[in-house]
Design a protein around this ligand. Structure first.
Ligand code: FES
Length: 113
């Protein structure tokens, strides 16, 4: 295993087809950057600027308390969505992957486009 591979953490993603995928995510990058190119995943059309909400995911309940809370800006983008879940909704572009998040389980929210 090379150094780059060793540093990756695994995120368990349930995509919009209900399929579970183990994703290698890079610490220091946003979660969105590791999942946007997958099939049936987030669109992330603003590129991570917290300006579109198309990177919306649901965090598995057991992981919610292990993430930093939503910022005010993130909450504003999320709370008017019909698919908003007050407990579990996050913008994946606002979650920075760390080694402590190895095993994080998320589900791609319905498209808001
Ligand atoms: S990519 Fe647009 S809000 Fe996250």
């Amino acid at each position: 295993m090379d150094d780059a591979a060793r540093l990756m953490v695994t995120v368990l993603l349930t995509d919009r087809n209900g399929r579970e995928v183990a994703v290698a995510a890079r610490p220091g990058w946003s979660l969105m950057e590791s999942i946007r190119d997958l099939e049936a995943s987030v669109e992330a059309i603003c590129g991570g600027m917290c300006a579109c909400s198309t990177c919306h995911v649901y965090i598995a309940p057991e992981w919610v308390p292990r993430l930093p809370p939503r910022s005010y800006e993130e909450h504003v983008m999320l709370h008017d969505l019909p698919s908003f879940d007050p407990e579990r909704s996050r913008l994946s572009c606002q979650i920075i992957v760390t080694e402590e998040l190895d095993g994080l389980a998320v589900t791609v929210a319905p498209s808001s486009l």
